[in-house]
Design a protein around this ligand. Structure first.
Ligand code: F6P
Length: 327
């Protein structure tokens, strides 16, 4: 039998992403709308273990929809990977009468959520929040669109100076083990080459491509490098290129955590709001152990175990398009 849900906790976990505040707001407001008591857990699973839990109301989340980061704060929590940590978290749930939970985060956060639900029978729904867009079961994750816009803005600026000085820039972007950010911003910024973990392109292919660009009369070039790529990190690749192609003046920029901050785009705010409301309503309908995502602009559900174990694939056609567009 489904338990009666009177109180729902919401937390953000793992790397923060623009739009997480909008998702928290939607969860809290959906709870209030359905006469459920919302509680916010501060600092992710760490805060759950330590009892950093506070009751919320509709006004607790006023004016946060446009703010970057997460006002509940986030953390990567090693204790939650151990049974004892999850037991402590469960004790806190009992103490605070928490009947169900919404976890906003990435696959690491969902792994913890799934174990927690199985062990203690507290229904959990996941909302995909990460700039990496690497979660299976959703077309987009919260924060991805904003990160794309941040990166494209930076690459456009670097393009200005690269052109002025006839330089070759390697620009390294985030994505952990996936190349969604690099591939899409590479196409959007007209990069000459894009290096992502999903494509088996090595140094030889990069050197050949740069030589082609040179011969085709390009005086400056941009190479987008995903941080988890097979060819290596951008400084190492740049060293190889400097040695093999001495005609190029090579520079490296690592965009880093700037990609995680900033005001969420309208698209991320709408996405986060839809997923937040849907997560609460799904819990009230008796759903659990699932992630709510988007497919063809409709909300959809996938089990947490599927979301964790399957890979979100990049579209190979985009690689083909990038090759043609960069000639
Ligand atoms: O998952 C989001 C992400 O920004 C990745 O792209 C990156 O590899 C990682 O987090 C960085 O984590 P941290 O902020 O803990 O260094």
């Amino acid at each position: 039998m489904n338990r009666i849900i009177k109180k729902i906790a919401v937390l953000t976990s793992g790397g923060d992403a623009p739009g997480m505040n909008a998702a928290i707001r939607a969860v809290v407001r959906a709870c209030v709308y359905h006469n459920i008591v919302p509680v916010g857990v501060y600092e992710g699973y760490k805060g759950l273990i330590e009892g950093k839990i506070r009751e919320m109301n509709a006004r607790s989340v006023a004016n946060i929809i446009g703010l970057g980061g997460t006002f509940l704060k986030s953390a990567r929590c090693l204790e939650f990977y151990h049974k004892e940590g999850r037991e402590q978290a469960y004790n806190q749930c009992c103490e605070h009468d928490i009947d169900a939970m919404v976890v906003i985060g990435g696959d690491g956060s969902f792994t913890g959520a799934q174990l927690f639900e199985q062990e203690f029978n507290i229904p959990v729904i996941g909302i995909p929040g990460t700039i990496d867009n690497d979660i299976y079961g959703t077309d987009v994750t919260i924060g991805y669109d904003t990160a794309l816009n941040t990166v494209i803005d930076a690459v456009d600026k670097i393009r200005d100076t690269a052109t002025s000085h006839s330089r070759l820039f390697f620009i390294e972007v985030m994505g952990r083990n996936s190349g969604f950010i690099a591939l899409n911003t590479g196409i959007g910024a007209g990069a000459e080459e894009i290096l992502i973990p999903e494509a088996q392109r090595g140094t030889e292919s990069l050197l050949a491509s740069l030589e082609r660009s040179h011969k085709a009369g390009k005086t400056s070039s941009i190479v987008l490098v995903a941080e988890g790529g097979k060819v290596g990190r951008s400084f190492d690749i740049a060293d190889v290129v400097k040695e093999k192609l001495p005609d190029y003046e090579v520079k490296v920029t690592i965009l880093g955590h700037i990609q995680r901050g900033g005001r969420p785009s309208c698209q991320d705010r709408v996405l986060a709001t839809r997923l937040g409301v849907t997560a609460v309503e799904a819990l009230l309908e008796g759903k659990k152990g699932v992630m709510v995502g988007m497919s063809h602009n409709k909300t959809t559900f996938v089990s947490l175990s599927t979301a964790i174990t399957k890979q979100n694939q990049i579209d190979n056609h985009l690689l083909h398009v990038a090759d043609i567009a960069s000639t």
